[in-house]
Ligand binder design. Structure first.
Ligand code: HEC
Length: 300
């Protein structure tokens, strides 16, 4: 009888724990590190050697990679893509790539201030009241590079470069999708017609059926997009930590940065989850022990 109750208590604690785990990690799109890969456009995504350190229940971001990726984004992608849900100060908050304990308030963080000031933000001149562009402040958000969507389409062959704030969450495969997209601009297979201004990408979440003259059952994976390969050559960015900026490295780092940007509080959330589980486990034990004490002298 007693054993049954012990088993029941243990099972309850386990069930609570199991129910809480998915909430902590919110890993709908992300496979465990080094684990299975997701298919996009009908085939497996590419994965960097060693996988993604931020995936899995206890994974955390590779800070150096997020820092390098921030530079790739700023120097390459930010001329076309905004990150409107991300503020500069997020870079200097706990879990952010430039967080430092000596600057608990991210608005004092010199690195973050410097990065913010590299962007031009719409504002008003405090003396004359004239509207204009001014160096960003830590409280500003990463700006949309275009004055409006119509203009953005006109200069991009009719396609609107999407805001990248939650791109890593919006596409199946997360960082793996962005990484594969960056490296997926391969020559189109024979039989596939690529329209002018379009680029074939083997991992783009699109469709090739209408441009394929071969066997419809074997249409090539991927699709076409108006974005030219943004990381087409090595060395586009000079990394501050001396890491050689191969295409593969830049793709990996920008994908990690965008994964962080889409979930800047992930590390805090995962840590909180572990504490909650520990708390629940101790509580379950205490409840069980006090139950035994209270009913100790009662026949049953
Ligand atoms: C010259 C402008 C330009 C630059 C620079 C650029 N992009 Fe794009 N990007 C576009 C356009 C335009 C689209 C929309 C393409 C379409 O839908 O046909 C796009 C689409 C995307 C998409 C969405 C793909 C999808 O699944 O819908 C991602 C992700 C992306 N870009 C990432 C990046 C990254 C990362 C960089 C920097 C390394 C970058 N882009 C640099 C213009 C650009």
């Amino acid at each position: 009888m007693r054993l049954n109750k012990l088993a029941l208590a243990a099972l309850t604690a386990l069930a609570v724990g199991a129910a809480a785990l998915p909430v902590i990690a919110q890993e709908h799109a992300a496979p465990a590190a080094g684990g299975e890969q997701h298919a996009a456009g009908g085939h497996e995504l590419l994965a960097p050697t060693g996988g993604w350190s931020h995936e899995g229940y206890f994974g955390s971001y590779d800070t150096n990679s997020v820092q390098r990726g921030a530079k790739v984004y700023r120097e390459v992608c930010s001329s076309c893509h905004g990150l409107k849900l991300l503020s500069f100060r997020n870079l200097g908050e706990p879990g952010g790539p430039f967080y430092e304990a000596r600057w608990p308030n991210p608005n004092d963080n010199l690195v973050v201030k410097e990065i913010a000031a590299m962007f031009q933000i719409d504002g008003v001149d405090p003396d004359s009241g004239d509207p204009g562009k001014f160096p960003g402040k830590t409280s500003d958000r990463f700006p949309n590079p275009y004055p409006n969507d119509i203009y953005a389409r006109v200069v991009n062959g009719g396609a609107l470069p999407p805001d990248l704030s939650v791109m890593a969450k919006a596409r199946h495969g997360g960082a793996g999708y962005i990484y594969s997209l960056m490296l997926g601009f391969v020559p189109p297979p024979a039989g596939l017609t690529v329209a002018p201004g379009q680029h074939y990408n083997a991992y783009f979440a699109g469709d090739t059926a209408s441009s394929w003259s071969g066997d419809p059952r074997h249409k090539p994976p991927g699709g076409f997009l108006a974005m030219a390969p943004p990381l087409a050559t090595d060395g586009l960015v000079t990394f501050d930590d001396g890491t050689p900026s191969t295409k593969e490295q830049m793709a990996r780092d920008v994908a990690t940065f965008l994964a962080w940007a889409s979930d800047p509080k992930m590390e805090t959330r995962k840590k909180m989850g572990v504490s909650v589980l520990a708390y629940l486990a101790i509580l379950a034990l205490l409840a069980f022990v006090s139950y035994r004490r209270i009913w100790r002298n009662v026949e049953h």
